[in-house]
Design a protein around this ligand. Sequence first.
Ligand code: SME
Length: 161
Amino acid sequence: MSESTFINPSLPTAEKYLLLEEQVKALVYGEEDLIANLSNIMAALKYGLNYFWVGIYKVTGDQLVLGPFQGPVACTRIAKGRGVCGACWEEKQTIIVSNVDEFPGHIACSSATKSEIVLPIKNKKGEVAFVLDIDSTKLNDFDTEDQKGLEKVVTIIESIL
Ligand code: SME
């Protein structure tokens, strides 16, 4: 396993995500523990892409519960439909928010967050089992290229659930 997951920030977005995808595949290779794998994937995302907060919420009953993450402490429970994470779970699709102040019901775990992307992670039955939340301190920091790259990471996570 490589010790460094640094990715050169000046690379084109698509290349950064290709490198990230390879790192994530290598990190989970030969390990079947989900918490260990999710923890390392969050670290690879945080230190590879340098976003403010990167984490997983797990669908638990009618709430999302905080799972492995990298960044400042965060809200532990989010109800279905609430905030960007709850909306992603309810709508079963990726949500990009370019300015969190303009998203009705946004949950501000940190006032430093200005934009975010949340992706659903589905189990073998096609139900949302987790959401992946990535927060940036810059406005408008996520676009469809980020979505495409992160969806590849989500596909890897779905394959190890
Ligand atoms: N902003 C999210 C809540 C999670 S934290 O930002 C880590 C939301 O509105 O769902």
